[in-house]
Design a protein around this ligand. Sequence first.
Ligand SMILES: Cc1cc2nc3c(=O)[nH]c(=O)nc-3n(C[C@H](O)[C@H](O)[C@H](O)COP(=O)(O)OP(=O)(O)OC[C@H]3O[C@@H](n4cnc5c(N)ncnc54)[C@H](O)[C@@H]3O)c2cc1C
Length: 462
Amino acid sequence: MAIMESSIRPDEMKLDGGGVEAFRHRLSGVLVCPGDQNYEAARAVWNGMIDRRPALIAYCANRQDVIEAVDFARTTGILTAVRSGGHNIAGASLCDGGFVIDLSRMNRVTVDPVSRTARAEGGALLADLDAATQAHGLATTTGVNSDTGLIGLTLGGGIGRLGRKHGLSCDNMLWAEIVTADGQVLNASEQENADLFWGLRGGGGNFGIVTAITYRLHPLGPTVLAGSLVYEWKSVRDALRRYAEFSAAAPDALCADAALITMPDGSHGFAISAFYAGSMDEAERVLRPLRQALTPIADRIGPISYVQLQKAGDASFPRGHRFYWKAQFLRQITEAAADALIDRFPSVPSPRSFFVFQQVGGAIARVPAGATAYANRDAAYDSFPVSIWSDLAADEANIAWAREMYAVLRPFGMNGVYVNNLGDEGLERVKAAYGENYDRLVTLKRKYDCDNLFRLNQNVHP
Ligand SMILES: Cc1cc2nc3c(=O)[nH]c(=O)nc-3n(C[C@H](O)[C@H](O)[C@H](O)COP(=O)(O)OP(=O)(O)OC[C@H]3O[C@@H](n4cnc5c(N)ncnc54)[C@H](O)[C@@H]3O)c2cc1C
């Protein structure tokens, strides 16, 4: 893999048993090594395709542990990965023979309802933030699968249901605390280390390990109007056209994702997943034209708690299954693009797989492209085939299908791609994710991590 280049193997590193034991004693958390009882569980990540065997996995208990781990990584020269939710599609948070700094035990979220802010530790999941903020009738933008790592998602941007109304997760970041490659703890905000703050809002894990982020919150719920409309395959062309028109004209408070799917009976279908961030009456009014335009075989739109809604997609992404996807942004869904997808979709080898449109735009698009590291703000949809299967022997067919779906849409796609949905696609696609912001990220990388200690990511080369 490109992101694994220049790896230092355990037999090449300046590491001895005494050094490892001394590090273990300095940690308040737990160090797991091959042969330990819990090693197999500790090396598992969300994508079952990723099968790597690190030499050391440090479960950090607090900020001091993160500093110790970064110092250990720097002084030994060991290849180092950073893991929070373990959701990276290409398994960037796991490495063969190297060192994994795991933050999953640092998952506390504290909410200040008066200032409408929440402080999340570096290993919190989306579910941790949603539960804590909704206890006060507040929320901020996160993604659609509740066990995704919150900080990993935010550092790349953070696309979710509230994005069109309130911006990306990173647009709601007010402050961050980071341990940089030299083991220093820095604060980043508009007032402090503003260059770093710019880079953390989209630049991924390139600049260090983020141990906490403070988010701006917004009133929401606890009950919202949301749910899905499902259409038979025979009406897929009409339904997709209607979706394209409706979503393009939608107000910011509405977010509508859509997917080509396989139904439980094996036939194919089309589903729209709609959500409105506002009052029930307004939501009913805004969604009525979509619900009445074509008759779905199921209309599952109704009142639901926001916390429950945020978990509703979890079953579609079963941890440990094999996954492959390839993403690109779209400005619009043209008839020709829809036709190309509809023609190819039925060759899908696995009934779990789908092709998804995730709607962006709205408030996301009103932030200037150079205001944060996240660049592709003029996109209207992120789009990608999601291949999901469980049999190792079926890898080739499922990967080939996803690549073909990506390729048929390529003529209609933007050059831009969402950095958090990039797999192992190389430097050109990383540059496509950052566009004109890439050179500024290189300057920052030279300042904060010139030796590229943090390189197992969508790497900005110093
Ligand atoms: C099922 C699924 C659904 C998703 N849905 C969405 C969605 O709706 N919206 C969206 O925007 N994205 C979504 N994503 C993409 C997601 O944002 C990225 O995969 C993200 O990197 C996940 O973060 P993580 O902590 O879980 O991953 P990990 O694999 O643990 O980490 C990935 C990388 O993030 C960096 N990183 C993580 N934590 C830290 C930290 N504390 N400090 C510094 N660097 C860190 C590191 O570079 C690491 O290599 C989804 C992914 C999956 C698998």
